[in-house]
Write a protein that binds this ligand. Structure first.
Ligand SMILES: O=C(O)[C@H](O)[C@@H](O)[C@H](O)[C@H](O)COP(=O)(O)O
Length: 247
Protein backbone atom coordinates (compact mmCIF):
# COMPACT_ATOMS: atom_id res chain seq x y z
CA UNK A 1 0.00 0.00 0.00
CA UNK A 2 1.28 3.47 -0.87
CA UNK A 3 1.67 5.95 2.01
CA UNK A 4 -0.42 9.13 1.88
CA UNK A 5 0.70 12.26 3.75
CA UNK A 6 -2.31 14.56 3.61
CA UNK A 7 -2.21 18.05 5.10
CA UNK A 8 -4.31 21.18 5.19
CA UNK A 9 -2.82 24.57 4.33
CA UNK A 10 -2.56 25.35 8.06
CA UNK A 11 -0.62 22.15 8.66
CA UNK A 12 2.12 23.49 6.36
CA UNK A 13 2.75 20.70 3.87
CA UNK A 14 6.12 22.09 2.71
CA UNK A 15 7.42 21.85 6.30
CA UNK A 16 6.23 18.23 6.57
CA UNK A 17 7.87 17.47 3.25
CA UNK A 18 11.04 19.11 4.56
CA UNK A 19 11.00 16.79 7.60
CA UNK A 20 10.51 13.80 5.31
CA UNK A 21 13.48 14.93 3.19
CA UNK A 22 15.65 15.38 6.28
CA UNK A 23 14.84 11.80 7.26
CA UNK A 24 15.71 10.53 3.78
CA UNK A 25 18.94 12.55 3.88
CA UNK A 26 19.87 10.94 7.22
CA UNK A 27 18.97 7.44 6.00
CA UNK A 28 21.18 7.87 2.94
CA UNK A 29 24.12 9.44 4.77
CA UNK A 30 24.08 6.62 7.33
CA UNK A 31 25.35 4.27 4.66
CA UNK A 32 26.85 6.52 2.00
CA UNK A 33 28.81 9.79 1.76
CA UNK A 34 26.22 11.25 -0.63
CA UNK A 35 22.46 11.62 -0.98
CA UNK A 36 21.33 10.96 -4.57
CA UNK A 37 18.03 12.64 -5.41
CA UNK A 38 16.23 13.20 -8.70
CA UNK A 39 13.58 15.88 -9.05
CA UNK A 40 10.90 16.77 -11.58
CA UNK A 41 9.85 20.19 -12.83
CA UNK A 42 6.47 21.88 -12.55
CA UNK A 43 5.01 23.08 -9.25
CA UNK A 44 7.23 20.73 -7.24
CA UNK A 45 10.10 23.19 -7.56
CA UNK A 46 8.22 25.93 -5.71
CA UNK A 47 7.31 23.49 -2.95
CA UNK A 48 10.99 22.57 -2.65
CA UNK A 49 11.89 26.24 -2.28
CA UNK A 50 9.35 26.59 0.54
CA UNK A 51 10.48 23.36 2.20
CA UNK A 52 14.24 23.62 1.89
CA UNK A 53 15.10 27.31 1.58
CA UNK A 54 12.34 29.44 3.13
CA UNK A 55 11.63 27.14 6.10
CA UNK A 56 14.05 28.33 8.76
CA UNK A 57 13.68 25.17 10.86
CA UNK A 58 14.57 22.90 7.95
CA UNK A 59 17.04 24.96 5.88
CA UNK A 60 20.06 24.85 8.25
CA UNK A 61 19.78 21.07 8.56
CA UNK A 62 20.08 20.37 4.84
CA UNK A 63 23.60 19.15 4.08
CA UNK A 64 23.66 20.55 0.58
CA UNK A 65 27.26 19.61 -0.08
CA UNK A 66 26.25 15.93 0.21
CA UNK A 67 23.24 16.21 -2.11
CA UNK A 68 23.67 15.07 -5.72
CA UNK A 69 20.66 16.29 -7.67
CA UNK A 70 19.52 14.83 -11.00
CA UNK A 71 16.39 15.45 -13.04
CA UNK A 72 13.72 12.77 -13.56
CA UNK A 73 12.82 14.63 -16.71
CA UNK A 74 14.09 17.66 -18.54
CA UNK A 75 12.90 19.70 -21.46
CA UNK A 76 15.42 19.76 -24.34
CA UNK A 77 16.03 23.50 -24.26
CA UNK A 78 19.03 25.61 -23.25
CA UNK A 79 19.62 25.65 -19.51
CA UNK A 80 18.82 29.37 -19.35
CA UNK A 81 15.53 28.97 -21.28
CA UNK A 82 12.33 29.72 -19.27
CA UNK A 83 11.15 26.12 -19.86
CA UNK A 84 14.28 24.47 -18.44
CA UNK A 85 13.62 22.47 -15.27
CA UNK A 86 17.24 23.03 -14.27
CA UNK A 87 16.78 26.77 -14.84
CA UNK A 88 13.63 26.82 -12.70
CA UNK A 89 15.38 24.91 -9.92
CA UNK A 90 18.41 27.19 -10.11
CA UNK A 91 16.27 30.33 -9.84
CA UNK A 92 14.05 29.01 -7.03
CA UNK A 93 16.58 27.09 -4.93
CA UNK A 94 20.24 27.17 -6.01
CA UNK A 95 20.47 30.94 -6.35
CA UNK A 96 18.86 31.37 -2.94
CA UNK A 97 21.29 29.23 -0.97
CA UNK A 98 23.54 31.34 1.24
CA UNK A 99 26.20 28.68 1.71
CA UNK A 100 27.19 25.29 0.34
CA UNK A 101 25.79 24.25 -3.03
CA UNK A 102 24.66 20.76 -4.00
CA UNK A 103 26.19 18.87 -6.92
CA UNK A 104 23.68 19.32 -9.73
CA UNK A 105 23.56 17.35 -12.97
CA UNK A 106 21.81 19.19 -15.83
CA UNK A 107 21.52 17.88 -19.39
CA UNK A 108 24.23 18.69 -21.94
CA UNK A 109 22.47 21.58 -23.65
CA UNK A 110 25.03 21.96 -26.44
CA UNK A 111 22.86 19.53 -28.47
CA UNK A 112 19.48 21.22 -28.06
CA UNK A 113 19.11 22.51 -31.61
CA UNK A 114 20.12 19.23 -33.23
CA UNK A 115 16.83 17.40 -33.93
CA UNK A 116 16.08 13.68 -33.54
CA UNK A 117 19.59 12.20 -33.56
CA UNK A 118 20.91 14.81 -31.19
CA UNK A 119 17.93 14.46 -28.81
CA UNK A 120 18.53 10.74 -28.64
CA UNK A 121 22.12 11.64 -27.80
CA UNK A 122 21.00 13.96 -24.97
CA UNK A 123 19.13 11.00 -23.46
CA UNK A 124 22.09 8.63 -23.90
CA UNK A 125 24.49 11.09 -22.29
CA UNK A 126 22.14 11.59 -19.35
CA UNK A 127 21.84 7.84 -18.91
CA UNK A 128 25.61 7.74 -18.49
CA UNK A 129 25.67 10.23 -15.63
CA UNK A 130 22.62 8.88 -13.77
CA UNK A 131 23.68 6.66 -10.83
CA UNK A 132 22.44 3.08 -10.80
CA UNK A 133 20.50 3.71 -7.63
CA UNK A 134 18.89 6.98 -6.64
CA UNK A 135 17.97 7.27 -2.96
CA UNK A 136 14.87 9.31 -3.71
CA UNK A 137 12.77 10.37 -6.69
CA UNK A 138 10.67 13.50 -6.16
CA UNK A 139 7.84 13.50 -8.68
CA UNK A 140 4.93 15.62 -9.84
CA UNK A 141 1.71 14.35 -11.36
CA UNK A 142 0.05 16.06 -14.32
CA UNK A 143 -3.73 16.35 -14.94
CA UNK A 144 -3.56 13.40 -17.37
CA UNK A 145 -1.75 11.30 -14.74
CA UNK A 146 1.67 11.65 -16.34
CA UNK A 147 4.74 11.66 -14.18
CA UNK A 148 8.29 12.49 -15.25
CA UNK A 149 7.70 12.69 -19.03
CA UNK A 150 5.93 9.32 -19.06
CA UNK A 151 2.65 10.26 -20.71
CA UNK A 152 -0.48 8.11 -21.05
CA UNK A 153 -1.82 6.91 -24.41
CA UNK A 154 -0.67 4.76 -27.31
CA UNK A 155 1.57 7.40 -28.85
CA UNK A 156 3.80 7.43 -25.76
CA UNK A 157 3.54 3.76 -24.78
CA UNK A 158 7.15 3.25 -25.90
CA UNK A 159 8.22 5.24 -22.83
CA UNK A 160 6.30 3.33 -20.20
CA UNK A 161 7.07 -0.03 -21.84
CA UNK A 162 10.82 0.55 -21.96
CA UNK A 163 12.61 -2.15 -19.98
CA UNK A 164 16.30 -1.63 -20.87
CA UNK A 165 17.02 2.04 -21.44
CA UNK A 166 17.08 4.11 -18.24
CA UNK A 167 16.67 7.48 -19.92
CA UNK A 168 14.58 7.99 -23.05
CA UNK A 169 13.92 10.83 -25.43
CA UNK A 170 10.23 11.79 -25.32
CA UNK A 171 9.08 13.45 -28.53
CA UNK A 172 5.67 15.04 -29.25
CA UNK A 173 5.07 15.68 -25.57
CA UNK A 174 1.42 16.71 -25.01
CA UNK A 175 2.70 19.20 -22.43
CA UNK A 176 5.03 21.71 -24.11
CA UNK A 177 7.85 21.86 -24.87
CA UNK A 178 7.62 18.93 -27.23
CA UNK A 179 11.05 17.36 -26.74
CA UNK A 180 12.19 16.06 -23.39
CA UNK A 181 14.19 13.35 -21.76
CA UNK A 182 12.68 11.15 -19.08
CA UNK A 183 13.73 8.40 -16.76
CA UNK A 184 11.98 5.06 -17.28
CA UNK A 185 10.44 2.44 -15.00
CA UNK A 186 13.76 0.56 -14.47
CA UNK A 187 15.13 3.66 -12.70
CA UNK A 188 12.05 3.73 -10.48
CA UNK A 189 12.45 0.05 -9.75
CA UNK A 190 16.01 0.58 -8.51
CA UNK A 191 15.26 3.75 -6.51
CA UNK A 192 15.22 3.66 -2.71
CA UNK A 193 12.01 5.67 -2.41
CA UNK A 194 9.53 7.54 -4.59
CA UNK A 195 7.67 10.62 -3.43
CA UNK A 196 4.93 12.43 -5.36
CA UNK A 197 3.74 15.93 -4.52
CA UNK A 198 0.26 16.93 -5.76
CA UNK A 199 -1.46 20.07 -4.55
CA UNK A 200 -4.60 22.03 -5.26
CA UNK A 201 -8.21 21.46 -6.28
CA UNK A 202 -7.28 21.18 -9.96
CA UNK A 203 -5.77 17.75 -9.18
CA UNK A 204 -9.06 16.31 -7.85
CA UNK A 205 -10.21 14.43 -10.98
CA UNK A 206 -6.71 13.00 -11.39
CA UNK A 207 -6.51 11.89 -7.75
CA UNK A 208 -9.90 10.20 -8.12
CA UNK A 209 -8.70 8.28 -11.19
CA UNK A 210 -5.48 7.26 -9.46
CA UNK A 211 -6.71 6.43 -5.95
CA UNK A 212 -10.35 5.32 -6.41
CA UNK A 213 -10.51 4.00 -9.99
CA UNK A 214 -6.86 2.88 -9.91
CA UNK A 215 -6.69 3.61 -13.60
CA UNK A 216 -3.27 2.21 -14.48
CA UNK A 217 -3.48 3.72 -17.96
CA UNK A 218 -2.24 6.73 -16.02
CA UNK A 219 1.51 6.34 -15.46
CA UNK A 220 1.26 7.71 -11.89
CA UNK A 221 -1.29 5.01 -11.01
CA UNK A 222 0.94 2.39 -12.59
CA UNK A 223 3.85 3.56 -10.41
CA UNK A 224 1.59 3.10 -7.37
CA UNK A 225 0.70 -0.40 -8.45
CA UNK A 226 4.24 -1.50 -9.32
CA UNK A 227 6.18 0.03 -6.45
CA UNK A 228 3.55 0.58 -3.74
CA UNK A 229 5.66 -0.17 -0.67
CA UNK A 230 8.18 2.57 -1.41
CA UNK A 231 5.74 5.15 -2.82
CA UNK A 232 4.74 8.22 -0.77
CA UNK A 233 2.30 10.93 -1.78
CA UNK A 234 2.31 14.40 -0.23
CA UNK A 235 -1.11 15.85 -1.01
CA UNK A 236 -3.17 18.70 0.36
CA UNK A 237 -6.78 18.29 1.39
CA UNK A 238 -7.93 20.21 -1.70
CA UNK A 239 -6.34 17.72 -4.09
CA UNK A 240 -7.64 14.74 -2.12
CA UNK A 241 -11.09 16.13 -1.28
CA UNK A 242 -13.04 13.83 -3.59
CA UNK A 243 -11.01 10.65 -3.02
CA UNK A 244 -13.34 8.11 -1.37
CA UNK A 245 -10.91 5.26 -0.70
CA UNK A 246 -9.41 5.27 2.81
CA UNK A 247 -5.63 5.34 3.03
O1 LIG B 1 8.89 18.89 -16.61
C1 LIG B 1 7.75 18.60 -16.36
O2 LIG B 1 6.81 18.91 -17.09
C2 LIG B 1 7.48 17.89 -15.09
O3 LIG B 1 8.53 17.19 -14.61
C3 LIG B 1 6.17 17.16 -15.05
O4 LIG B 1 6.24 15.78 -14.94
C4 LIG B 1 5.41 17.73 -13.87
O5 LIG B 1 5.94 17.24 -12.68
C5 LIG B 1 3.94 17.43 -13.95
O6 LIG B 1 3.44 17.90 -15.17
C6 LIG B 1 3.16 18.11 -12.84
O7 LIG B 1 3.33 19.48 -12.95
P1 LIG B 1 2.54 20.45 -12.00
O8 LIG B 1 2.88 20.04 -10.61
O9 LIG B 1 3.08 21.82 -12.34
O10 LIG B 1 1.10 20.27 -12.31
Amino acid sequence: MVTIHKYSVEENLPHKLGEFLLQKQEDALNHSPVFNVAISGGSLINVLEKALVADKAIAPRIQWDKWHIYFVDERIVPLDHPDSNYGAFKAAVLDMLPGAQPHVYPIDDSLVDGGAGAYEQVALLYEQILPRKLDLLLLGCGPDGHTCSLFPGDHHKYLIEEKQRRVMWCHDSPKPPSDRITITLPVMEDAGAICFVALGASKQPTMHQIFDVKNTEMPSALVNELFDAKVNWFVDDHAFETVKTKY
